[in-house]
Design a binder for this molecule. Structure first.
Ligand code: C2O
Ligand code: CU
Ligand code: CU
Length: 587
């Protein structure tokens, strides 16, 4: 916290406990949560003086990045109003920026490991924003933490060195309580890091390396984007009825009969995909969030949750001209609460089977690169390398009533719990699990007693919905008297109603990538779990992991080089904006 003192606090001293009030039902906050416009949740955050360029930082790459409102053609007919990143290279290699023609997505940003990068962010929106480099290991004050959000018309300078290994990352907004909305309206882009180890492999590049950014959206009759309509849309996450790839509907690529490298990113706010080729060809995976695997892996399908990336080797050699291969999302179950599932009856239900994009072979060529048998070396850590082999840092998922939170408390920038303090330059064993309302049964002391009190009063959110609360419109009535009120009393058991409310959460940690040590699943969950279990990849470095209902995931994560606040949150962005987000204070 001490580093806040260096900054002015213009916006400070507004009620910083507003996050807690939200879950006790403050009407203004509810309004924001129902998507009826922003109630200015930003006021809960202090205002930092935007960072400026420093004289002693000598960038290899320097660019300007603009956030603005504009219109683009997505569907036939009227243009769609979106928010968009655009960029201008001031210095550095010309291939640093590549536009995706006709897309609302920001330009593809390509960096090399070791480069020093300076980015001037210009906020040309009518609301605060800040940009986060999802996946990059950068100093806390360069990470796009919501504390560093800038107002309309302001500029913010980022300076960092690229420390990551070769990987696909994301740049996207991270302002307090409006991340999902801004991403949904178009603010996102792919950020590639390349390095020597990768270059030596001579993987398909140039036109043979294709970004595939998968998103879902809802359009109204005038081709305008529709976002969150009610509380239910937030509780489960918001789901579109239309899949866009790289900002285009009905996406296809024309390919030659040779190998391609598809760089896939789930840029949806909430939708989880089960990716597979339609003809049963296994997916050849060469990398995940944190870069290349050591060896390629073949999978019948791969689960991809919001924020996760996949590096796919797609070999079309031997396929005839005119043939096509479709990537689909296959049927699966168990990621939504049973009750949410019933209410989620759009035309593209989560877990149904639908196409994502089509690759059409339009050119026959005789030559193709070969899939390398070894790809990279990963510096794995053992549990005995961690500072806390006996006592994993808990990341408890609490699902209930009005709230989706982590470690028992909604987001507040100045509310670090002891379990959230991490010594810099340590490697930590961490455990992500479903704590439910009570947080009990996991030996975790994080569910604050005063909030349990609140739970008793406000009743079950999902219960309220189950009782038809949603039908009463936006009133609090239905929610106050949920029959599942006081989930805290259930002591975190996975059975019965706990399981009914449980859903999958893609948990993301800022800073360095982590390794997955183990996954264990509650016995009750088997049927649903069987429909996804072969789709997880543990042989690479990750920054986002999908945690299924009843699942416990252990990870090992380094916290090296930088002190300060590093967030961890659900990358279901509606959940993030509801407060399912916390900070680790690295000290
Ligand atoms: Cu991609 Cu904190 O997020
Ligand atoms: Cu991130
Ligand atoms: Cu979540």
């Amino acid at each position: 916290m001490s580093d806040f003192n260096k900054y002015s606090r213009r916006r400070f001293l507004r009620d910083s406990s507003i996050g807690l009030l939200a879950f006790a039902g403050a009407p203004s906050v509810l309004r924001a949560m129902e998507g009826m416009g922003s109630m200015g949740g930003m006021q809960a955050m202090p205002k930092m003086t935007p960072n400026r360029a420093s004289a002693n930082f000598k960038p290899d790459v320097e660019l300007e990045l603009f956030c603005k409102s504009t219109s683009v053609s997505i569907l036939p007919g009227e243009q769609t109003r979106v928010q968009q990143y655009s960029a201008k290279l001031l210095q550095g290699p010309p291939d640093t920026l590549t536009e995706i023609k006709g897309s609302y997505l920001g330009p593809v940003l390509r960096l090399q490991k070791g480069q020093k990068v300076r980015i001037h962010l210009h906020n040309q929106l009518a609301e605060p924003t800040v940009t986060h480099w999802h996946g990059l290991h950068v100093p806390a004050n360069m990470d796009g933490h919501p504390l560093y959000a800038i107002d309309p018309g302001e500029k913010l300078v980022y300076e960092f060195e690229v420390l990551n290994r070769a990987s696909m990352n994301i740049y996207h907004p991270h302002p307090h309580e409006t991340t999902a909305k801004q991403v949904y309206h178009g603010l996102a882009g792919a950020l590639f890091v390349h390095d020597q180890e990768e270059a030596a492999l001579e993987l398909p590049s140039g036109e043979y390396e294709i970004p595939i950014v998968i998103q879902d959206r809802v359009f109204d009759e005038q081709n305008q984007l529709i976002y969150v309509r009610n509380m239910h849309d937030r509780m489960t996450g918001f789901y579109g009825d239309r899949i866009l790839v790289n900002g285009r509907p009905d996406f296809h690529i024309d390919v030659a009969s040779r190998a391609y490298r598809l760089r896939v990113l789930n840029g949806s706010t909430a939708r989880i995909y089960k990716l597979a080729w339609d003809d049963g060809t296994p997916i050849t995976v060469i990398g995940v969030d944190g870069g290349l695997l050591e060896k390629p892996e073949t999978k019948p399908y791969v689960m991809l949750a919001p924020g996760e990336r996949l590096d796919v080797w797609a070999d079309f050699s031997g396929r005839g001209e005119g043939s096509q291969l479709v990537m689909r999302s296959l049927a699966f179950s168990g990621v939504l609460p049973k009750m949410g599932m019933m209410m989620h009856s759009g035309s593209l239900p989560v877990g149904s089977d639908y196409p994502i994009f089509t690759a059409r072979v339009t050119r026959k060529v005789s030559d193709s690169p070969k899939l390398p048998t070894t790809l990279s070396t990963i510096n794995w850590h053992k549990i005995s390398d961690t500072a806390n082999p006996e006592k994993p840092v808990p990341i408890g998922i609490t699902e209930g009533h009005m709230s989706m939170v982590l470690n028992g408390r909604p987001y507040a920038y100045n509310d670090i719990q002891d379990i959230e303090r991490i010594r810099v330059n340590t490697i930590q064993l961490m455990e992500i699990f479903h704590a439910h309302g009570g947080g009990g049964g996991h030996g975790n002391s994080s569910a604050a007693p005063e909030e349990q009190g609140e739970e008793q009063q406000s009743g079950g959110m999902m219960g309220g919905m189950g009782m038809g609360g949603m039908r009463h419109g936006r009133g609090m009535g239905g929610m106050r008297h949920g029959t599942m009120g006081g989930m805290g009393g259930m002591g975190g058991g996975m059975g019965g109603m706990g399981m009914m409310m449980s859903m999958a959460h893609p948990i993301h940690l800022h800073g360095q990538s982590f390794q997955i040590v183990s996954r264990s699943i509650d016995a009750d969950s088997d049927d649903d779990y069987a429909s996804v279990r072969e789709g997880f990849i543990e042989s690479g470095l990750k920054d986002t992991v999908l945690v299924m209902p009843g699942e416990k995931v252990r990870i090992i994560k380094p916290f090296q080089d930088f002190k300060g606040l590093f967030m961890y949150h659900c990358h279901n962005l509606e959940h993030e904006d509801m407060g399912m987000m916390r900070d680790f204070s690295v000290e």
